[in-house]
Each structure stands twice: as structure tokens, then as C-alpha cells.
Design a protein around this ligand. Structure first.
Ligand SMILES: C[S@@+](CC[C@H](N)C(=O)[O-])C[C@H]1O[C@@H](n2cnc3c(N)ncnc32)[C@H](O)[C@@H]1O
Length: 269
């Protein structure tokens, strides 16, 4: 396996990788309730979920398939796949997120499995999934190239990797202002996160070590190719965008970001 240039964490990083990951997972755990409520109202309205399901069926074909959702958070994205009739496993590094995911799926009568682990080195068996998917995660990884290689390994021949993420809309200043506010506040007021000096140093080191910082689809495309994926292509998210526009929640109006969906296929061995 070749190490992608994006995966070279600066050796000058003052904090070790496992400590950076620990603080990030802890932060995600702390905000899990607010994050779930925000995401539910903003990104997972019924029309958006239906539009995602329709788009995914076009990419992967009919259920039932074995689907892994990496960085599943509170299980909202995984729920779309499970409700399509797939057999879903969700993986996340933050236990409070996993608790929410388990409760959500149980309440919805879905028989999904949730596993604690690192998206870069998932503790799962090779060649066992038909689909590996991830939403709003890849830009948070210190070694996205390693992750994409590992996800390739988890897929059966012919299996698909489906990445959904946002990318900054450079015509809008909103995402820049948000990042500045986050720095000035030493955390996010919206999620009620305020870091101690030590945590802030660690979180800053984490952010500065992120190869993508914000996600750039072209870089993710290159990681797919480097990992050996074939037929790598952007898939239109027009259905989802239309659904969002038709049902916009005023207090969660988007601004500053666009979405992309990238699919690739693992070739026959
Ligand atoms: C922005 S949330 C997205 C949650 C979910 N995919 C969704 O779209 O609704 C990112 C999630 O990725 C998880 N995450 C970030 N880095 C991770 C890693 N290295 N291993 C496992 N999970 C990770 C976080 O704990 C968090 O739950």
C-alpha cells in the first residue's frame, strides 16, 4: 500500500495522534444530542431521506445488501440505508453517538448493528460488505488515504464506496466567518462547546494536521483511484437538493456549502 501524500501527518505536530483522536471523539460525544437535533431538522427531513434513498438505489441497486456506514454519528444516515431494506452496520469512535444510533434504530424497529472503532482502521472483517458509505466524515480524518484503502479492503469484489460530503461554496463568505467565530470563541456557541486551554491546543493541532481541512471532492476522487477503485464518478445530488429546497427549515437555512456524492466500485479480485 502506498501512503497518500495527504496522509503525511507533520512530524512537528506537538500532540500525539491518539491524544488528538481521543479529544475529537470526546468532543463529538459531548455534542451528540445537539448534533442529532440539528441534523434531524436540517439534513434529514422526510423528503431529503426519500431523495437520498432513490439516489442510492440508482448507485447500488436493490436491497438487501450488507452496508457499512463509517462515522455513523447518531445513526440518521444509516437509518436511510436500513429503511431501504439493507443490513446495516454503523461504526463511530464516539460512544454517546453510538448509543443514540442504537436507540434510534431500535425505536424504528430496525435490526442494525453498531460498532465502536476508528474509521481509519475499522475492526471489521475483509471482503464482507457490499457497500461502504460515509457522510460528513472524510474531511475529519487525519489519514483519509489510509481509510479509503481500508474501506476498499472491507468490500466484496464488485462492492461500492459511496461518499457524501459538503464542500465550501467559495462564492459565500459564511463558511469563512463560521471558522473565524469558532476560533475566536475557542469552540462553537451553537453546540455549546468551549475548550479548556489544553483541549484547545489539542483540537488546534488536530485541525492543523487534517490533510483536507475542508473537503475537496477532487482530492477524495484521487484517493479512490489510489486505493484501486474503478468506475469512480460523481453522482448527481439534484434530487436531494430539490428535496431540501422544497422543505427548507428557516432556522437551519444552509449557506456557504454545496454537497457532492462520489461512487466507486471494487474490481473483481
Ligand atoms: C459530522 S458527524 C456525521 C455523522 C453522520 N455520518 C451523519 O452524516 O449524520 C461525523 C461523525 O464522524 C465520527 N468520526 C470522526 N472521526 C472518526 C474516526 N476517526 N473514526 C470513527 N468515527 C469518526 C464522529 O464521531 C461523528 O459522529
Amino acid at each position: 500500500m502506498t501512503i497518500a501524500p495527504t496522509d503525511r501527518i507533520p512530524t512537528t505536530a506537538p500532540i500525539n495522534i491518539s491524544e488528538m483522536k481521543r479529544v475529537m471523539a470526546q468532543t463529538m460525544g459531548t455534542i451528540s444530542d445537539k448534533w442529532e437535533k440539528m441534523a434531524e431538522a436540517k439534513h434529514y427531513t422526510l423528503p431529503q431521506r426519500q431523495a437520498f434513498a432513490q439516489t442510492f438505489e440508482q448507485i447500488v441497486g436493490p436491497a438487501p445488501l450488507r452496508v457499512l456506514d463509517v462515522g455513523c454519528g447518531p445513526g440518521l444516515f444509516a437509518q436511510i440505508w436500513a429503511e431501504m431494506g439493507h443490513e446495516v452496520t454503523g461504526l463511530d469512535c464516539a460512544p454517546p453517538m453510538l448509543e443514540r444510533a442504537r436507540a434510534r434504530h431500535q425505536q424504528a424497529g430496525l435490526n442494525s448493528t453498531f460498532v465502536e472503532g476508528d474509521a481509519e482502521t475499522p475492526p471489521l472483517e475483509s471482503s464482507t460488505f457490499d457497500v461502504v458509505t460515509n457522510r460528513a466524515v472524510i474531511h475529519m480524518l487525519l489519514r483519509p488515504g489510509l481509510a479509503v484503502h481500508r474501506w476498499h479492503r472491507l468490500l466484496k469484489p464488485g462492492g461500492k464506496l459511496v461518499t457524501v460530503n459538503f464542500r465550501p461554496d467559495r462564492r459565500k463568505l459564511k463558511h469563512v466567518l463560521k471558522a473565524i467565530r469558532y476560533r475566536l470563541n475557542r469552540g462553537s456557541k451553537k453546540f455549546g462547546v468551549k475548550y479548556s486551554r489544553e483541549e484547545w491546543q489539542t483540537i488546534t493541532a488536530y485541525r492543523e494536521s487534517l490533510p483536507f481541512g475542508t473537503t475537496v471532492p477532487k482530492q477524495v476522487f484521487e484517493l479512490y483511484t489510489a486505493a484501486g477503485f474503478e468506475d469512480v464518478r460523481y453522482v448527481s445530488d439534484e434530487l436531494v437538493q430539490a428535496a431540501r429546497r422544497s422543505h427548507e427549515v428557516p432556522e437551519f437555512r444552509r449557506g456557504g456549502y454545496l454537497r457532492y456524492i462520489l461512487a466507486g466500485t471494487k474490481g473483481a479480485d
